[in-house]
Write a protein that binds this ligand. Structure first.
Ligand code: AYL
Length: 534
């Protein structure tokens, strides 16, 4: 990176222009350039394909169908599904019509889902046949107009008062299709959830401009270039900003062939790479660890892979090295970012990245980064540790309906405070060393301690509780609860199963339960998590 006199680090490459347009128009504008019959999305399990031509046609029809159902500009659609071809169609059909997509984890329980559908003010929910009962339970008497059923493999065409098959919309005449004009810097495109530095998951308001910017920012031969027709792996969940922007959107934008998988499973992961001659893959550290260790890896031909990216959680340099040696993949490198920054802010460069295996890389194009002193807020120089702060076109508009939480992390002059601690070296390469915020990262997914604590405090035999992340070999981190009992009969298993009944799997107390006399707190009542970590 380039280090300026006032200690702001930027990309070695010059800034690029960012179009102010609907994400749909930006991503689909290239479609007629790509050979119409070349595949855009492929279902890695069934082999079903949708070509670029078909994708444009079916997305326009679906978008028209959504308008016919009453979807208006600014309406929010909660999308609750594993990765699939329909996922991409529903996503872009909504954005084309000026709607906002709020993505959620398909393993959510009814209560987790209900929180997000309500909090995001969703009028529509799109989900799969198997998740439909959970979704209907979650909706209860919330203000949802219609539930769309996607990924149907049977011939049922549902069309009732409140439920409709996506299939019906796909067959719409398309007469109501138009690309909704947006005010790109104001209007939202997506509303994923993140807990930020503290508290419960919050809606992250990402505008069309934010998303278009990040796509432009990562598209550089040294950063994340994808060639037309290049087979890439759509494995990471599209509900998370990494899978959404860096995989799904970027592949469609670049004319790639995205081979979609609904979940990680050793055999299908490896056999898909072999069968489709996957060339690039965006992964998370637990999967890099799998590549470095698992016996099955040797049974498959992975020589088609030209480049692997890891992000969303720290990747140990030893794991990276072992994975490279074992698989023969020449390029395995890291990126860094947050949901709040749409997401990528840093990336290693192809030409020099390999020399810095522990680094998250340099700021990407149009990105300014500084490290600030935790007590004074002053910008720091090379090798000095402080909070990583980001400015640029990809920084979110704010947290939905939470102006105070927003102004706490984005200062008046536009700097977003990440809650991560790190430093840069004399060449402007960055390293993340610690986390200031409460967030726990399990397999690269967010777990908010406040959410777990809220659940635990509802147990009649629990007087108080605090949750922190502890290191876990396979998951990266795992949540551990410190519990003050009201009743000595409460066992560790009781606490674990109480959580299992209410929250999705990555939030389970895999890090254990420990009973304590009192939760350490500051004078103002804040949990002293550092003391618990010790
Ligand atoms: P969220 N090293 C250490 N910590 C990381 C890294 C990394 N490479 N990447 C992300 N984190 C942590 O919103 C960090 O604590 O977005 C950060 O604040 O789920 C938090 O994860 C953000 O979590 C990329 C660029 C993936 C970005 C991303 C998605 C970031 C995940 C791949 O190349």
């Amino acid at each position: 990176g380039r280090i300026s006199q006032d200690k702001i680090v930027t990309c070695p490459f010059p800034d690029i222009p960012i179009p102010e347009t609907n994400v749909f128009s930006h991503v689909f504008r290239n479609f007629d350039k790509f050979t119409g019959s070349s595949p855009a999305l492929v279902d890695g399990l069934s082999g079903a394909e949708v070509s670029y031509n078909e994708m444009l046609d079916v997305t326009s029809r679906t978008s028209s169908g959504l308008r016919r159902l009453g979807l208006q500009k600014g309406d929010v659609v909660t999308l609750c599904s594993p990765n699939s071809i329909d996922y991409g169609i529903t996503f872009f059909a909504t954005m084309a019509a000026g709607g906002v997509v709020s993505t959620c984890n398909p393993t959510y329980t009814a209560s987790e889902l209900s929180y997000q559908i309500n909090n995001s003010g969703s009028n529509f929910v799109a989900t799969t046949p198997s998740l439909l009962p959970t979704v209907l339970e979650a909706i209860g008497n919330l203000n949802v107009k219609k539930v769309l059923v996607i990924n149907e493999d049977d011939n049922s065409n549902r069309e009732t008062d409140n439920i409709m098959s996506l299939k019906v919309l796909k067959e719409d005449s398309g007469s109501l299709f138009k690309e909704e004009k947006v005010n790109a810097k104001e209007d939202l495109a997506v509303l994923p959830y993140s807990s930020g530095t503290t508290g419960l998951p919050k809606g992250v308001m990402l505008t069309h401009y934010n998303i278009v910017a990040n796509l432009a920012q990562i598209t550089h031969p040294e950063i994340m270039y994808l060639h037309e027709g290049e087979p890439n792996l759509g494995l990471l969940p599209f509900f998370h900003i990494y899978g959404m922007v860096v995989i799904l959107f970027h592949s469609l934008f670049s004319g790639g062939k995205c081979v979609v998988l609904p979940k990680f499973e050793p055999e299908s992961f490896l056999s898909t790479i072999q069968k489709y001659r996957i060339s690039t893959a965006n992964l998370v550290p637990p999967i890099i660890l799998f590549l470095s260790k698992h016996p099955l890896v040797e049974k498959y031909d992975l020589t088609s892979i030209r480049s692997v990216f890891s992000g969303a959680a720290p990747l140990g340099p030893d794991v990276l090295k072992e994975a490279k040696e074992r698989t023969g993949i020449k390029i395995i490198r890291q990126g860094y970012g947050l949901t709040e920054t749409s997401p990528v802010t840093h990336s290693t460069l192809i030409s020099v990245g390999m020399d810095y295996p522990a680094s998250i890389g340099v700021p990407i194009q149009n990105q300014s980064v500084k490290i600030t002193d935790l007590s004074t807020g002053q910008s720091l120089g090379p090798q000095e540790e402080g909070e990583v702060c980001i400015a640029g076109p990809n920084v979110m508009k704010g947290y939905l309906n939470l102006p105070d939480a927003t102004s706490k992390c984005i200062t008046d002059d536009g700097w977003f405070h990440t809650g991560d601690i790190g430093y840069y070296d004399n060449n402007g390469f960055f390293y993340i060393t610690d986390r200031l915020k409460e967030l726990i990262k399990v397999k690269g997914l967010q777990v908010a301690p406040a959410e777990l604590e809220g659940v635990l405090q509802h147990h009649p035999k629990i007087a108080d509780a605090a949750v922190i992340g502890v290191p876990h070999e396979r998951l990266g981190e795992a949540p551990r609860a410190f519990v003050v009992r009201r009743d000595e009969s409460l066992s560790e298993e009781d606490v674990m199963s109480f959580v299992k009944e209410r929250l999705s799997e990555h939030k389970w107390l895999t890090g254990g339960v420990q009973f304590i006399q009192e939760v350490p707190k500051s004078a103002s009542g804040k949990i002293l998590r550092r003391n618990l970590k010790k």
